[in-house]
Design a protein around this ligand. Structure first.
Ligand code: IPE
Ligand code: IPE
Ligand code: MG
Length: 253
């Protein structure tokens, strides 16, 4: 894995022209990391970093759709993030609420389909209702599919899949011998979607932090040395260029 990324804020991007120039990934995953450090650098509370990160999420999501990415999965809140201080978790829940109410309406103009992956039952009834509403109102749009991973942990996802498969075996509707890789994939939150071709992690951390463990078996990783609130369209272009230069072999030669 290589470390990339400039430090200055650059809001221009090559946009749809990139699709002419490069082999684009069909599915991109982003681990939106570094909000806390961004705030700390400025002597601000961590929640100020989350607010700024939410703006970046908005910009980069729309940009991915304009570039021609078909599926985008963003990691917004992990099953482990509940262990953070109460006021930080509270601030994040407040942000999710305002974003689900307002900003997601933006995505209407870009025809973006909004889906949530993760265990919704961990959220307040109000938040769950907003999530359902967003999914319902966007489901027939023709554009990019945006998966927002909230209360998402890939181990949790795999355990759920195993439980559901076991229940079918117990009920007699499935035989153990029928369990295949495809069947497991069909029981994940991402059922029916292609695996991510590219996962980007800003903030310079070289780890996966429980994100798409099954789905990333052959994913290309790009680690960028930029905190998420500073991440720009030009950084996305750079990640796409790096991706296009990779030689994917899937175990072959
Ligand atoms: C990512 O930024 C946002 C969430 C995990 C919710 P962090 O809050 O992890 O920021 P750092 O990694 O502490 O800088
Ligand atoms: C991963 O970031 C989760 C999200 C970005 C939502 P974390 O900040 O929680 O991961 P670690 O603790 O650095 O591994
Ligand atoms: Mg972090």
């Amino acid at each position: 894995m290589a470390l990339f990324g400039k430090n200055k804020k650059d809001d221009s991007g090559a946009g749809a022209a990139l699709a002419q120039e490069l082999v684009l990934p069909k599915h991109v995953g982003i681990i939106m990391d570094g909000n806390g450090r961004w705030a700390k650098q400025r002597g601000l509370p961590r929640k100020a970093g989350h607010r700024e990160g939410a703006q970046t999420f908005r910009t980069i999501t729309r940009y991915c759709s304009q570039v021609g990415i078909r599926y985008l999965t963003v990691y917004a809140f992990s099953t482990e993030n509940w262990k953070r201080p109460e006021d930080e978790v509270g601030a994040l829940m407040g942000l999710f609420k305002s974003y689900l109410k307002e900003a997601l309406e933006d995505f209407q103009d870009d025809d973006i389909v909004v889906r949530f992956i993760g265990d919704k039952s961990g959220f307040s009834p109000e938040l769950q209702a907003l999530m359902d509403e967003n999914e319902e109102s966007s489901k027939n749009r023709p554009g990019m599919v945006l998966n927002i991973a909230m209360n998402y942990g890939s181990r949790d996802e795999i355990v759920r899949a195993v439980k559901n498969i076991c229940a079918k075996v117990e009920a007699g509707s499935l035989r153990a011998a029928d369990v295949t890789e495809q069947l497991v994939a069909d029981h994940l939150y991402t059922a029916g979607q292609p695996d991510p071709d590219l996962i980007i992690r800003p903030s310079g951390e070289y780890r996966i932090s429980n994100f798409m463990l099954w789905q990333s078996a052959y994913t290309e990783f790009v680690i960028m040395n930029k905190l998420w609130p500073d991440f720009t369209k030009a950084d996305l272009d750079e990640a796409l260029r790096i991706y296009a230069s990779r030689n994917r072999r899937y175990g072959g030669v």
